[in-house]
Design a protein around this ligand. Structure first.
Ligand code: GCW
Length: 713
């Protein structure tokens, strides 16, 4: 048994368990292409010594050997057929030696950018991957492997790429107990108990996967932070992880608990203006840099959901961020300060991040970035972009997306987030006098030394397939690829992922792409159509609870968000309501301020409209709402039947895995539709049209459901 198990993991007939992600390197199944690959790629020649080049060589020998189904190894000298890799400085003399009249093309401007090109040399030519930095070479190597896995002809392999943003980061909300807050894929990858001595090979595979996308920064602990992570035993464990990540270009950041001096060293205060507190952080930071010389800095959630922060001492977020920024500045570190705050004093949670942060624009140190969630509330299936993106021109703003699907069906729903990421990034923060998009805001270098960035809350755990749902991998993938190159379309990214994860057969690519591209819109329809938001279960956030009204703070309760009554439904955020719309630029506000012209996908975000409100379709709001819920279930069922049609083309393991989850998703979609419509009907008093399948359960039944151990809580 032991040998059998070993044999199956060592290669051979391995079950399709999803472990290999998009780095599968299966043999090219196009005979002509395979012949040309074998002809033009005969070995790897590496110039220079660097851990990132070791990683590149190891990935390329693995990748080429798999795709070419032939042993491809490192060459001792450059020769025809070689893939030659190295930084431009080290590579140029070697190439000139080979081809004296050579003109090496100009390198991309950014250090992490890379060039791939072919040169004619004897019969087979040579392929060059070069960059200014070793990690750029590694990124180029992964890129070439991606092209080969997607069956790109040899003549089309040239590339010249640079990342759009400096920091492309994953935030893990992993506790030291290994419980993952909002994690649906097992427990945390990081085994704190066996670190630093036991270096699970999986840590390297994690780093490989990130590097293949260009993800270059991570936090491995929760923003609801534990001060213990700053103590010596944990710094030793963190050093082990940082050492594994470094060759892959990944820098470690730490989540910092603001009250750490009190918890760890019995201080009476954590006041950021107190000299001994400042000194404590300075020393702590110096200590961290001894363990992790390229430590990135701190990520902080302060004065939000019970986390301590500067406001405990009547100081501002800027005071808190700047104190930490000063501590890391001499080491070149940064502080990423989250804007996810919602102090209950305001009349509308929508407005709170803006109200607290906008006045601080210009008050942060140069090495502070403010990390803003994509929408004003909290990672709902659809939100308008956060107005902060148009409101802090003097502060580098980082985007925060949630890859883990806390509010998007968690790990049982197939939802491809590519279109959602694009919707936010392409949203205009202003139209006049000059159009500007969210993407342009976060890409803008507001000072020459400013750092730009994007973060995604990771959906990764220790499940064998990393993300629980196989299609969760596509969201990790899309986040990384779009962080690197925001110009890629959702469709192109989906196709890349499918080709590498499944295969290159059109009859596989087309239906899966169709399923993926329809999935987000379908979910919005069966959960929160027409601008509804935050109507999910308490605590675990799984399933519908629009009637929820029992939690201690009004803005924790669904009824606060949808405001259904006998007149109508929706949150009036226009000038006659909370006027949250005033936080957007005038040119944007105009699009949304009139309930008759407002884009209907945001209608109930901004307006309380009557059940009879006439929609663009000519139907009443109630009819339209009903149609959306039914349409969502219908679209989901189409996804399910498309998938069923793939049975012959996909291995049984992955086919069955996804099929069973789609079964759960269908039940959930029906549950969302029925529970929400039956509840809203108690206000509208209007019927669900007779042509629709009628709910097979009562509202009381849906209200009685409980899920005490739903994951991620
Ligand atoms: O969406 C909410 C989650 C919390 C999370 C918080 C945050 C880490 O329900 O679990 O806490 O957002 O972003 O800080």
């Amino acid at each position: 048994m032991a040998t059998l198990l070993f044999a199956s993991f060592a290669g051979g007939s391995k079950a399709e368990d999803g472990y290999d992600l998009w780095l599968r390197y299966k043999k090219c199944d196009q005979p002509e292409l395979l012949t040309s690959y074998r002809n033009y790629f005969t070995g790897i020649y590496r110039v220079g010594n660097h851990a990132s080049l070791d990683a590149a060589v190891s990935e390329m020998t693995r990748g080429f050997s798999g795709i070419l189904d032939k042993n491809i190894t490192q060459l001792k000298s450059p020769q025809e057929g070689a893939v030659i890799i190295g930084t431009a400085t080290e590579l140029s003399p070697v190439l000139r030696n080979l081809i004296p009249a050579l003109n090496i093309p100009a390198l991309p401007e950014k250090k992490e950018g890379f060039l791939i090109f072919r040169l004619s040399y004897r019969q087979r030519g040579i392929t060059i991957i070069t960059a200014e930095s070793p990690v750029g070479v590694l990124y180029g190597s992964f890129h070439l492997l991606r092209l080969l896995q997607s069956q790109t002809p040899v003549v089309k392999l040239a590339a010249n790429e640079s990342p759009a943003l400096d920091l492309r980061m994953l935030n893990h909300w992993d506790n030291l107990t290994r419980h993952v807050e909002r994690g649906y894929a097992g427990i945390a990858l990081w085994n704190w108990h066996t670190l630093p001595d036991y270096k699970d090979p999986r840590y390297t595979d994690y780093a490989r996967a990130n590097a293949s996308l260009g993800i270059n920064a991570v936090t491995v602990t929760n923003v609801n932070a534990n001060a213990l992570v700053l103590t010596k035993p944990y710094l030793e464990k963190l050093r082990a992880l940082a050492d594994i990540f470094r060759p892959y270009g990944i820098r470690l950041f730490l989540t910092a608990r603001f009250s750490a001096p009190i918890e760890l060293d019995k201080f009476k205060t954590a006041d950021p203006l107190n000299e001994t507190v400042k000194d404590w952080w300075k020393k702590k930071t110096d200590e961290i840099y001894q363990y992790i010389p390229d430590f990135g800095g701190f990520l902080v959630k302060a004065n939000s959901e019970g986390q301590p922060g500067p406001q405990n001492y009547k100081r501002t977020h800027a005071d808190g961020a700047n104190m930490l920024a000063d501590a890391v500045a001499s080491h070149g570190g940064h502080v990423i300060w989250r804007a996810f705050v919602y102090n209950p004093e305001s009349d509308d949670r929508f407005k709170q991040a803006y109200e607290e942060f906008k006045p601080l624009d210009g008050q942060f140190r140069n090495n502070v970035l403010v990390q803003v969630k994509n929408g004003p509330i909290d990672f709902q299936p659809r939100e308008p972009f956060s107005p902060l993106f148009g409101a802090m021109p003097k502060t580098p703003l980082m985007m925060e997306f949630q890859i883990t699907q806390e509010y998007l069906g968690q790990a049982t729903h197939l939802v491809y987030q590519g279109p959602m990421f694009k919707e936010v990034m392409n949203a205009q923060t202003q139209i006049a006098p000059k159009p500007e998009t969210v993407q342009q805001v976060i890409e803008k270098k507001i000072r020459p030394d400013a750092v730009t960035g994007i973060a995604g809350v990771a959906n990764i755990g220790n499940d064998r397939n990393w993300t629980g749902h196989l299609f969760g991998q596509a969201n990790w993938y899309a986040f990384g690829r779009m962080a690197w190159n925001p110009k890629l379309s959702s469709e192109a990214v989906a196709e890349e992922w499918i080709r590498q994860t499944f295969n290159n057969t059109p009859s596989v690519i087309q239906p899966i792409k169709k399923i993926m591209l329809a999935s987000h819109e379908a979910l919005v329809k069966y959960m929160t159509p027409l601008g509804l938001a935050h109507i999910m279960g308490n605590g675990h956030h799984y399933g519908p609870l629009p009637w929820g009204n029992t939690l201690g703070r009004p803005d924790w309760n669904p009824v606060y968000y949808h405001r259904a009554d006998s007149f109508g439904i929706g949150f009036n955020r226009s000038a006659t309501g909370t006027n949250a719309l005033a936080q957007f630029d005038m040119s944007i506000r105009k699009q949304w301020e009139d309930s008759n012209t407002c884009d209907e996908k945001y209608l109930l975000w901004f307006h309380h409209v009557s059940w009879q409100h006439k929609m663009k379709s000519g139907k009443t709001l109630w009819q339209e709402l009903t149609d959306h819920y039914y349409q969502g279930v219908k679209e989901m069922r189409i996804m399910k039947s498309e998938w069923a049609g793939l049975q012959k083309n996909i291995d049984p393991e992955r086919f069955n895995h996804v099929s069973m989850l789609l079964g759960i998703q269908e039940k959930d979609a029906v549950w969302w539709r029925n529970a929400c419509l039956l509840y809203f009907q108690t206000f509208s008093k209007m019927p669900i049209p007779a042509q629709y399948e009628q709910p097979d359960q009562t509202l009381e039944y849906y209200k009685s459901l409980r899920f005490p151990y739903a994951p991620g809580n």
